[in-house]
Design a protein around this ligand. Structure first.
Ligand code: AMP
Ligand code: MN
Ligand code: MN
Ligand code: MN
Length: 284
């Protein structure tokens, strides 16, 4: 397994805020040359059996996956879990609790948008939702594009769905410790997702990495669709500094919205430990 280069360990299906089914993602990954794949829906593992079966049918290696929403230093941070036992009730109940606040949050987002003249956003967003327990900002973004309020989803986030904008509702997710614990106690490895995306000071970022490590976290995404080439270098250095393994994933959501396709990223630098080396015994 250590000869694997084209691993894509981060993407989303209709089970969260992607637009493709697990089966269609598996086929797309295979067509793009992915050798080892993980589906990492937000706060939800309902697609894992389908993804693993589709990968098996295509002769592609698979790791279970999830992307957990966490609140750290008043920011939302994402922690990817890989290789855990997806039938373990401990991770299932933790994720269920994390999903729990999304319905109410969506209603509040809709009420705020109504105040700035955008009516029916909750019902509009629901039309794009594949899993009723997982209504996300992405579904609102698709509605605002469809209804002509904005040109594309980045514009919706810029104008309406980020901190300080009229459709943004602050939310408290899982703690860093909980997320790492759910993943590791179920046999998996916890990974800091796209660290370059958080608006942290150097001190806050240092705290994130050191607390993550202290809780038992073992890896960080270095090569991701969310990082620039210079961030590949920055986070490769951080991985080495903190003694973390490295992960690689496109964060693909949709053929229409994602600029990085499945499997289409530079390989990890040879001086890093690939996260799948820690998970050789969990690869299906
Ligand atoms: P939520 O979990 O409901 O807060 O939604 C978060 C999701 O919104 C992320 O996983 C991305 O898919 C999407 N997202 C966040 N920020 C942006 C952005 N600036 N542009 C496009 N999509 C974004
Ligand atoms: Mn997403
Ligand atoms: Mn994310
Ligand atoms: Mn993601």
């Amino acid at each position: 397994m250590t000869s694997i280069l084209n691993a894509d360990l981060h993407c989303h299906s209709v089970v969260s805020d992607g637009t493709l089914t697990p089966e269609a993602l598996a086929a797309r990954a295979k067509a793009n040359g992915v050798e080892l794949w993980a589906l990492t829906d937000h706060d939800e593992i309902g697609g894992q059996l389908r993804a693993a079966a589709a990968a098996r049918a295509l002769g592609m290696h698979y790791l279970t996956g999830v992307e957990i929403s966490v609140t750290f230093a008043n920011e939302t941070v994402h922690i990817v879990g890989l290789g855990f036992d997806a039938t373990d009730p401990r991770i299932m109940s933790g994720l269920q609790a994390t999903r729990g606040g999304r319905g109410q949050r969506a209603q509040e987002m809709s009420a705020q948008l109504a105040k700035v003249g955008i009516q029916g956003a909750y019902e509009g967003a629901l039309k794009f939702v594949g899993n009723p327990e997982l209504i996300s900002r992405t579904h609102f973004a698709r509605f605002l594009v469809e209804s002509g309020v904005c040109r594309d989803t980045p514009e919706v986030f810029r104008k309406y769905l980020t901190d300080g904008k009229p459709g943004f509702v602050p939310h408290r997710w899982a703690s860093l410790q909980q997320a790492v614990q759910w993943i590791t106690e179920c046999g998996g490895v916890a990974v800091i997702a796209h660290p370059g995306r958080y608006r942290f000071t150097a001190n806050e970022q240092y705290a994130l990495f050191s607390e993550f490590k202290a809780h038992g976290g073992q890896a960080v995404e270095v090569v991701t669709g969310s990082h620039s080439p210079s961030e590949y270098v920055t986070y490769a250095d951080m991985a080495k500094e903190f003694g973390l393994a490295a992960s690689r994933g496109s964060d693909f959501h949709s053929p229409d919205e994602s600029h990085t396709d499945l499997g289409a990223l530079p390989y990890l630098s040879g001086e890093l430990t690939p996260v799948w080396e820690l998970l050789a015994h969990r690869i299906q």
